[in-house]
Design a protein around this ligand. Structure first.
Ligand code: KIV
Length: 286
């Protein structure tokens, strides 16, 4: 286990006060979360983007509670010293406050996450309050909210008009007033994100929201070049895992077909003391 010191909501809030930027990434599985802990990420989000990045769905809507819990468990095991946030999937909180609290509780009881994120502003304030009343740390999520992308007319940036920017600012204030401890802005102009970040006393993070927020979130599959269906404008690729993995697989295929792999060093030979008796054994079966 690493000697990394795990954040609490208080140390994350302190980072805002000190002007220290939070580095936040999604992770969905054990190996990636292990790499993330070694890379000293401040936080991990087990996002419902796992629907696209892991399961090949077109969006996040089909993702279930059970899928989220299983992936949160794996990430928690791999990154015990990293602040891990679960992401409430579509229909885990839309119907009632009671559903929201019950589903939120599963994330903590079954997967041991440190906080939860849910999409929406003023219209979900009662859900946010209900989850907070259960003693759970909550991060709001406004701007491009993929679970309601149908209403938004697609995966489109928000806050680009005065009316839309006003709605975002009002939502952000309502989320802070409700008691949420953090806020995420997705696909929002930097001017609007910068204003909200300064206006709110809770940490405000951005994904596609420019440099002025208190920290950055990005989807791991995008920055390592693993997810290939599309690349949002705000993504910077730091690696090309798809190329590395495909090249490795092609080399394997070629070596298997060419009889190069496995070589002698990949074999478990019989014990030296026993090998002499092997011909006699094979004779028994002739
Ligand atoms: O599911 C996710 O990864 C997210 C981010 C895109 C914000 O919600």
């Amino acid at each position: 286990m690493s000697d990394k010191k795990k954040h609490s909501i208080h140390t994350i809030q302190k980072m805002k006060a000190n002007g220290d930027k939070v580095a936040w990434l999604t992770a969905y599985d054990y190996p990636t979360a292990e790499f993330a802990e070694a890379a000293d990420l401040d936080m991990l989000l087990v996002g419902d983007s796992l629907g696209m990045c892991v399961y090949g769905y077109e969006g996040t809507v089909p993702v279930t509670m059970d899928q989220c819990i299983v992936h949160c468990e794996a990430v928690r095991r791999a990154a015990p010293n990293t602040f891990v946030m679960g992401d409430m999937p579509f229909m885990s909180y839309q119907v009632s406050d009671e559903d929201a609290v019950r589903d939120a509780g599963r994330f903590l009881k079954e997967a041991g996450v440190d906080a939860l994120k849910l999409e929406g502003g003023k219209r979900i304030i009662s859900r946010i309050k209900a989850i907070l009343d259960a003693g759970i740390v909550v991060c709001g999520h406004i701007g491009l909210t993929p679970q309601s992308s149908g209403q938004l007319g697609g995966h489109k940036a928000q806050g680009r008009t005065i009316a839309s920017a006003r709605a975002l600012i009002e939502d952000a204030l309502a989320i802070e007033d409700a008691g949420a401890q953090m806020l995420l802005l997705e696909a929002v102009p930097p001017e609007v994100a910068g204003f909200i970040t300064k206006k709110l006393s809770i940490p405000v993070f951005g994904i596609g929201a420019g440099p002025e927020t208190d920290g950055q979130l990005i989807i791991v599959s995008d920055i390592i070049g693993q997810f290939q269906a599309f690349t949002p404008k705000f993504v910077k690729k730091y690696a090309n895992v798809a190329q590395v993995v495909t090249d490795a697989m092609k080399a394997y295929v070629s070596e298997v077909r060419g009889g190069v792999f496995p070589a002698d060093e990949h074999c478990y030979h019989m014990l030296k003391a026993e090998i002499g008796d092997f011909p006699a054994l094979t004779k028994e079966f002739e």
